[in-house]
Design a protein around this ligand. Structure first.
Ligand SMILES: [Zn+2]
Length: 102
């Protein structure tokens, strides 16, 4: 069963997520941004298995400023960052995974 966030709040430098099982997760903006699963950040694997990734771009301070988080299609959340990046779709499962990493 997939857990869903029932409430999300931006508190200080962290995203606080309340899940429908009553537990709460806190993910720092930096960790959230560095975990961005979009193709531009994580790279795309082509048929032969080679990984294509954009050249490493230094993330600015604005890259770690979270403006808001939108829920997409009832299965994922989409953070909107101050530097304009908003292509990362974090499924609820992935979000739990990121939150659970030490
Ligand atoms: Zn990204």
């Amino acid at each position: 069963m997939v857990m869903r966030p029932v409430d999300m709040q931006l508190i200080g430098e962290e995203l606080a997520i309340k899940w429908d099982d009553g537990t709460e997760s806190f993910i720092s903006f930096e960790k959230l941004r560095r975990s961005c699963p979009c193709a531009g950040c994580k790279g795309e694997r082509e048929v032969m298995g080679n990984l294509y990734k954009n050249p490493e771009q230094p993330l600015t301070a604005e890259a770690f400023q979270l403006l808001r988080v939108e829920t997409v299609g009832g299965y994922a959340v989409q953070p909107v960052w101050r530097d304009g990046h908003a292509t990362g779709l974090y499924t609820f499962d992935y979000l739990r995974h990121v939150a659970g990493e030490a």
